[in-house]
Design a protein around this ligand. Structure first.
Ligand code: KG4
Ligand code: ZN
Length: 373
């Protein structure tokens, strides 16, 4: 067997300093994520200047740890893949500067990766590698058999910054719909703040909601009566705020668990209904989930159950690969490189980097050699 090609992935677009080593664009050998949650918790959200400063402190130790964990040396690497947007400019610059320095010093090719493309490609990483300690290991939406994702598919990217629905085939991702205001994760974080839960709100609401009644409060399901595949979450956030104000104003103490469960169910209903409608309309056989909110247990459970009823398969990365990480960036970068795409040292960051027009998802399908090199 020939030596595996190792990609070093680097991700610093928001508040995680992450580095990963991925073999042949598929096998995760190391996945190191240094979270800044402790730093930003006191502000209830990400504080950009502090984020870049923390990235600067963390980047070298995180890179070294990822190589140690993979048992690899600098000379074993074939490629460096780095997130170059969208995100916080100061944060992105730390990762990109490190990637450029390493590329120059080691003579390694460099590939810039769009953050959302990275989230999508998390679905193409091998499942078994870093999941033994994953609390979602029994998750029914887990791609159980190690079978590969089949395309075309519909892919829902739900994170703190994005709620995008794509039609995905072997070479392109076409945007079918997106949020018109807040991202789903943003709504989770804002509602968590209303409920006085610590940042980031998503996982805390997820936990709390398990003890609540999802039908206790009939929060609105925005946009479902409208055509198309767009989303809107700011009205839902306002509805929660108004409800809490009214209840508290009347001297009542609304049960947080019921508010969390009812809010979460409203978000999940909209995400599932829209995604499955798109899957049906476009005649695809599988649905992919991606992004931090794809770690939500209720979203995974309901999407899986409803998709199964209409004969669709749901794929979702393990929890650790849903939230920001560098393994997904290494995966996307490797397949871009295999498709002949590489960047020079003039690569720049883009706070609002546009989504790439072509994506080489075909290079990861089974039975394909992967072109390029
Ligand atoms: O993908 P990600 O790590 O960063 C961005 O690209 O934004 O997503 C972070 C978002 C946050 O809004 C966080 O609250 C949300 O994902 N999140 C969740 C869960 N875990 C993370 N939302 C709902 N349920 C979860 N279990
Ligand atoms: Zn993300």
């Amino acid at each position: 067997m020939s030596k595996p090609e190792l990609t070093l992935g680097i991700e610093t677009s928001c508040d995680e300093t992450a580095a990963a080593v991925v073999a042949d664009g598929r096998r995760v050998l190391a996945n190191v994520v240094a979270s800044q949650i402790d730093l930003h918790q006191q502000y209830g959200g990400v504080f950009p200047e502090l984020a870049s400063r923390r990235h600067l402190e963390a980047i070298v130790p995180v890179l070294e740890e990822s190589l140690n964990e993979a048992g690899a040396g600098w000379d074993d690497l074939s490629l460096i893949a780095v997130t170059n947007g969208p995100g916080l400019v100061g944060s992105l610059l730390v990762g990109l500067s490190a990637a450029k320095a390493l590329s120059f010093a080691r003579g390694l090719p460099l590939v810039g990766v769009h953050h959302v493309l990275g989230h999508i490609f998390a679905n193409f990483l091998d499942r078994a590698t870093d999941m033994s300690s994953d609390p979602g290991a029994d998750d029914p939406s887990r791609d159980r058999s190690g079978e590969r994702v089949m395309l075309p598919a519909v892919c829902l990217v739900v994170s703190g910054g994005h709620t995008d629905l794509f039609y995905l085939d072997e070479s392109r991702a076409s945007l079918l719909g997106r949020t018109r205001d807040d991202a789903a994760g943003e709504a989770f974080d804002k509602v968590a703040r209303l409920l006085e839960l610590p940042y980031p709100g998503g996982p805390n609401i997820d936990r709390l909601a398990r003890e609540g009644d999802p039908s206790a409060i009939p929060f609105p399901r925005a946009m479902l009566e409208q055509e198309g595949y767009d989303f809107s979450f700011s009205g839902l956030k306002t509805a929660v705020a108004v409800y809490l104000e009214k209840e508290r104003g009347a001297g009542r103490h609304p049960r947080k668990v019921d508010v969390a469960a009812s809010f979460q169910r409203a978000v999940v209903d909209v995400l599932v209904t829209r995604t499955l409608a798109a899957a049906r309309d476009y005649g695809v056989g599988s649905v992919l989930l991606a992004g931090g909110v794809a770690a939500n247990s209720e979203l995974r459970r309901i999407m899986e159950a409803e998709a199964r009823q209409i004969g669709l398969t749901v794929h979702a990365p393990p929890l650790k690969l849903c939230t920001d990480n560098a393994a997904m960036i290494a995966c996307a970068g490797y397949h871009l490189w295999k498709a002949g795409i590489a960047d020079g040292l003039d690569l720049d960051v883009g706070a609002r980097l546009p989504f790439p027009e072509t994506i080489p998802a075909g290079t990861v399908l089974p039975g394909r050699s992967g072109g390029g090199e």
